[in-house]
Design a protein around this ligand. Sequence first.
Ligand code: ZN
Length: 322
Amino acid sequence: MGHKGLYFCIVPSGKYRMAVSMIIEGLILKGIGGFYYVETTDGIFECRARGKFRKDKITPLAGDHVTIDAAEDLTGFVTLIHTRKNYLMRPPVANVDHLFIICSLKDPKPDTYMIDKTVAAAELREIEPVIVITKTDFSECRDSAERLQAIYQKAGIACHSVSSITGEGTKAVQAYMEGGISALTGNSGAGKSTLLNAIFPDFQLKTGEISQKLGRGRHTTREVELHKIGLGAYVADTPGFSSYDVEHSELTDKSKLIYGFRDMMRYFGECKFTSCTHTCEKGCAVLEAVEKGSISRSRWNSYHQMFNEVKDRKQWQINKNV
Ligand code: ZN
């Protein structure tokens, strides 16, 4: 609950009027056309942002925890954006707790390079990646599911197989989603919405309810809406979760690439040469771990491929992209 206080405001007729203002905290569910829809314990408020944000070049984002100066008619002003723990640029969303990387075993087949690239982008933004393998009901794909799980288990990255038909594995995924903001990414056809519906059967209904409250506006890929899917659990509706954040993250800087690979980071600083790129050097602790099988070759292959893609980039090109 917020602090209530009395203040006077001038209404257009020039007369004084008494109004009640409340300073309350909330979560931005959606921003559209200069309005921010802020969920609070007192309801959803339609807010504008104070001019100072524009001056400071800060745009409130879906997922931002904010303080608002609220009026009784469910309108208000965003007066403070609380410190973000992370944010994505496209789609624009803040404070993401988990990035679910949805990959199907079939149509399309899993691509470990794309998975690792997305995992690395999440790691560099301090978002916990969770890999979810879908379409596990095809018996011919079982080997492939086990292979993927072995790779990511070894890397220390959560990886779960889920059957939307039998419900197997859905509880584990649900546990990650509770109490935080989730974003989902994956190829079209990987089964993102099927998965969400299997975990939260009420999701469709709730989506409809919130969308009505949040009102007007054409939905474009630039807009993000947080849907409440459980107690304190939100999922970012990110139709355009493209490869933008993957391609334009710190992954373009070869010296930072290893920070995107937590399994390789365990050996950081143990290589013979401090300038080791972990691709071909003698005395490289990472390469030795790959040889011994402590790091999956598939993970190192992805690192190597990403390294080759960015190794010739010049610093000015990197700066241009960030
Ligand atoms: Zn090395």
